[in-house]
Design a protein around this ligand. Structure first.
Ligand code: UDP
Length: 248
């Protein structure tokens, strides 16, 4: 099958159904706008499993996503959408570029979650946009931006609670959205340790608690086991939620 698109972490293929695409999750890892490259053994299957579990669960809470099915452990069938070229970042705790650009101390708990829009454009280095610049570029209109912000905050509330039940703090994360054939804005891409900062509440050491791609970015080692820990805890929490539903 001919690839439709190959990104840094995933490859997209067409299927016989024009409304359905096949995503293959890769073990490749990149950071710092692809200046740092490597592999994380088993990452593709882990990120696929975590994303699928979270998408299915978010759907039950009324959040529309592109998820359809997982035919293999590193493959996801998704609804074809027109991706909105924005990275929507939600932050609960200061880390990463927020600290670098503002001087805020890593670990500062933000009074309210912060929603930021970045332009998806590798050549420009995915710049941070103001609301007005997003409108100026015409990536979406005012109502579209507001929908993205509302969805991102709603998803954050659900995910924060979910991860807390996994003994994990959701520090920040990146979402991508697309317009489906009915013109609805739906959640796309992935939710995984590649796209979230996740801190282990059972660890106090600031390096030991890191369960996400910062282990790769900062050469902290034990990357595979951190990703496996997230997968295990997320899937166990999903099972607990399912058994609660079954019991009620
Ligand atoms: N993020 C992402 N893809 C990107 C940029 C950021 O998934 O291209 C995620 C990142 O993993 C973190 C959050 O978005 O969970 C905020 O990232 P930040 O702006 O701090 O950038 P970083 O310092 O991680 O490059």
């Amino acid at each position: 099958m001919e690839k439709l698109y190959e990104g840094k972490a995933k490859i997209l293929y067409p299927t016989e159904d024009p409304d359905v695409l096949l995503t293959i999750f890769k073990d490749d890892a990149t950071a710092f706008n692809a200046q740092k490259k490597g592999q994380i053994q088993g990452k593709g299957a882990i990120n696929c499993a975590i994303s699928a579990a979270l998408f299915r669960w978010l759907e039950t809470l009324g959040i529309p996503t592109h998820y359809l099915d997982c035919p293999q452990n590193d493959q996801m069938l998704v609804k074809a959408v027109d991706i909105i070229p924005l990275e929507v970042v939600v932050r609960n705790i200061a880390a990463g570029s927020l600290c670098k650009q503002t001087g805020l101390k890593e670990g500062l708990v933000l009074g309210n979650p912060l929603v930021e829009f970045y332009l998806k454009d590798d050549a420009l280095g995915d710049p941070l946009l103001t609301w007005e610049r997003a409108l100026l570029l015409g990536v979406t209109d005012e109502a579209g931006l507001q929908t993205l912000k509302d969805l991102a905050l709603n998803i954050n509330q659900h995910l924060q609670r979910f991860f807390a039940q996994c003994d994990i703090t959701l520090v920040d994360f990146k979402l991508e959205f697309g317009g489906d054939r009915q013109g609805r804005i739906i959640l796309a891409d992935e939710i995984s340790p590649d796209t979230c900062r996740l801190w282990d509440n059972t660890q106090t050491d600031p390096q030991a608690r890191v369960l996400d791609k910062d282990r790769f970015r900062r050469d902290l080692g034990e990357i595979e086991s951190a990703y496996q820990t997230v997968e295990k805890r997320v899937l166990s929490q999903i099972e607990r939620l399912q058994s609660q539903i079954g019991a009620s």
